[in-house]
Write a protein that binds this ligand. Sequence first.
Ligand SMILES: Cc1cc2nc3c(=O)[nH]c(=O)nc-3n(C[C@H](O)[C@H](O)[C@H](O)COP(=O)(O)OP(=O)(O)OC[C@H]3O[C@@H](n4cnc5c(N)ncnc54)[C@H](O)[C@@H]3O)c2cc1C
Length: 388
Amino acid sequence: MTDQHPPRIVVIGGGYAGSHAAVAARRAGGAVTVVDQDGLHGFLPRLAGVAAGRLRAGDARTPLGELLGVEVHQGSAERLDVDRRRVELAGGAVVPYDGLVVTVGSRTARSPVPGADEHAWSLHTPDDALALRVALRETSHLVVVGGGATGVQLAAEVAAAHPTMTVRLVEAGSRLLPAEPRMLGTSMRRLLDDAGVQVHLDVHASAIDADGVDLADGQRLDGLVVWAGGWEADASALLPRAEFRDGRVVVARDLTVTTYDRVLAAGDIAAHRDVLGRPLAMSAQIAVQAGAAAGASAVALARGERPTWARLFELGRVVDLGDRGVGRVGPVPLGWGPTARLVPLMHLAIDLRHLAQLGGPLTALAHAPGRGGHLDVGGHREPLRAVG
Ligand SMILES: Cc1cc2nc3c(=O)[nH]c(=O)nc-3n(C[C@H](O)[C@H](O)[C@H](O)COP(=O)(O)OP(=O)(O)OC[C@H]3O[C@@H](n4cnc5c(N)ncnc54)[C@H](O)[C@@H]3O)c2cc1C
C-alpha cells in the first residue's frame, strides 16, 4: 500500500455499527464505501414512536448519503470472495476491498408460537414501523406479545397515541423487562398501568392467527398481533467459515473475525464482550462503539499495522415511552417518581450524540426527531424523509 492510494475500506451495512465504522475509517485515512441493501440508515430506537404516530414517519430513517461523507453503494451483499478480496452483491456487482467491516445487524427472531410467522407483525425495520403505522389506523385492538423493551415501548406509545384503542401486552415471564433489574420491570409495570395498557404476565401465547392470539390459560385476545419476542443474528451466508455463538459471529478483542483475513465484524452480528470479558447484549450503544473501533482497525489492518483492542462498555439503558420511561445509569435506576420524565430527554441526548459523532452539530440538527421529509404512506401524505 502506498501513501498515494488510501486503503479501500468496505463496510457492509449502514446501521449503527456501519455508519460509525465508515466515519472512523474515513477519519483514519481510508477510502470508504458503504454497501447497504436500502441505502438508508434506520433509526431503530425511534420505531415504536413512528409506528404509534407520535414521531413523524420521516423520523424512521434517512439516506446514508446525507449522513456520511463517504461513497454509498445500494445493494445487498451476498457473499465474499476472500481470495480476491471482494464483496459480491445481488445482481452481479462486485466491490473490492483492502479491509472489510461486516455490520449487517439482526432481524426479528423466528417465533416458536404456531401461526406467528404468518400472521403476527413485527417491529424491527423502518418498513415494519411504517406498515404498522398504517395498519393501526384500521384496528381498535392491539395485542403485543413480548414484554421486553420493544414490546413495552410499542404498547405504551400506541396506548398514548390511540386513546380509544384497547392495548394488551402478553409476557410469558413473571415480570416486564426480564433482561433488566427487577426494579425497572416494576417501574415499567406502573407506567403501563397508568397508560391504560392491559398487562398479562405469566402466560404464553399458544397460537396466533389473523384475528388474534390464543393464550395457554384458555383466554382469547382478539386484535392485530405484534410479535416482539426478540432478535436473532445470522451471518452464516456471508461468513460461512466463522465461528458463531448464539448466531453471532465470534470476534477477537480487536473485532477481527479470526478465521478470515482483514475482515472485522461489529454490531448485532458480532458476539461482543465488554472490557471485563462479559457478553454484551445487542444494542445501538454497543454497535456505535464497536463500529467506530472496527472502522479504525480495518484501516490499520489494510496498512499492515496491528489493530488496537476495542474497549466496549455498557453505560446503562433507557426504555423511552415517549413522555416517560425507565432506565438505569450504570446500576442507578431511573423510572421512579419524577425520574421517569428524564428518560425521554436522555434518549434524545443519546440520539443527537450519535448523529453529532457522525457529522457534527449540523448533522444532529438536520436529522433530529421531528425533522423528517414528506411521503405518501398508506394513502395519507405523511412526513417521511426517504422513499422506500
Ligand atoms: C424497535 C427497536 C428498538 C430499539 N431500541 C434501542 C434502544 O433504545 N437503545 C439501544 O441501545 N438499542 C436499541 N435497539 C437495538 C439497536 O437498534 C440495534 O442493536 C442496532 O441497530 C444494531 O446496529 P447494527 O449496525 O448492528 O445493525 P442495524 O442498525 O440493524 O444495521 C444493519 C444494516 O445492515 C443492512 N444490511 C443487512 N443485510 C445486508 C446485506 N446483506 N447487504 C447490505 N446491507 C445489509 C441493513 O439494511 C441495515 O441498514 C432497538 C432495536 C429495535 C429493533
